[in-house]
Design a protein. Structure first.
Length: 269
């Protein structure tokens, strides 16, 4: 169960989980309250089998500014910013980011404004990134003498290719929504006042897909770049053996041959 938090507003409506980052004073930075809240949200989405999709978005025209710079300054002043602490913090961050990336449900990032640093990394964990016309993406780590974290070193090169990822990481250059779409970061761009409803509509359209088939497809696809063709075929064979003996598949085949509406049909939704 997710506790009440001023950092993230969380609700579940008709199977859709919606997490709205809502701390405008920090521009939705990764404060301790924020990190606790999102970790709880991921846990809820894993445990509640009635949740069919998760939508991550921001409020007040901001997605997430990323790292808590004020918190960093405070730790430096107190002498707490030492290597062992930083390493453990990065391990902890990536632990829940990996859980988010591998959730067994569709994850949609509705990026309604700046997604900088760790906020960019958060968006890159989603299956789909929808951007408003006001969205900005930036691997801003180099601006403070840091390396990319929150999985960006892993996710960004796989999404846009090594050379372009290096450019964005080496320069800290922000890109707007249209360039993000051209690079393949954003799936599409929408007016700010339509973004939320588009994200809801996308989640609803894929709500009745086979949970088993979706989960297996996602898990295998997430490993595509780390495995050989032979390994992927082995996963494919095992996954298909599960899917083609499932009740969902049997029902779908029966509906198809008897010309009944399918439970999941993208064109008819």
């Amino acid at each position: 169960m997710v506790e009440e938090s001023s950092a993230i507003t969380f609700k579940v409506e008709n199977g859709l989980a919606i997490a709205s980052m809502s701390q405008p004073k920090t521009r939705n930075a990764f404060t301790p309250d924020f990190l606790t809240s999102i970790e709880q949200i991921i846990g809820t989405c894993k445990e509640n089998k009635k949740i069919t999709a998760l939508i991550l978005t921001g409020t007040n025209g901001v997605f997430s500014a990323g790292g808590d710079i004020k918190g960093m300054v405070k730790r430096i002043e107190l002498g707490d910013q030492h290597p062992d602490y930083i390493r453990e913090r990065i391990y902890k961050l990536n632990e829940w980011l990996q859980q988010l990336r591998h959730l067994d449900i569709p994850v949609i990032a509705a990026v309604n404004g700046p997604a900088y640093g760790a906020g960019f990394g958060l968006a890159l964990c989603a299956d789909f990134i929808l951007a408003s016309e006001d969205a900005r993406f930036c691997a801003s780590f180099c601006r403070i003498g840091a390396i990319p974290d929150c999985g960006v070193l892993f996710t960004l090169p796989r999404m846009i290719g090594l050379q372009k990822a290096k450019e964005l990481m080496y320069t800290g250059r922000p890109i707007d929504a249209d360039e993000a779409k051209d690079l393949g970061i954003a799936m599409d761009v929408y007016p700010a006042n339509k973004l939320y409803n588009v994200a809801i509509a996308l989640a609803r359209r894929i709500q009745h897909v086979s949970p088993t088939a979706f989960t297996i497809t996602k898990r295998i696809t997430n490993q595509t770049f780390e495995n050989t063709a032979t390994s992927i075929v082995e996963m494919e064979a095992a996954g298909q053996a599960i899917c083609l003996t499932s009740n969902y598949h049997k029902d779908a085949v029966e509906r198809f041959v008897t010309k009944k509406p399918l439970r999941f049909n993208w064109e008819a939704t």
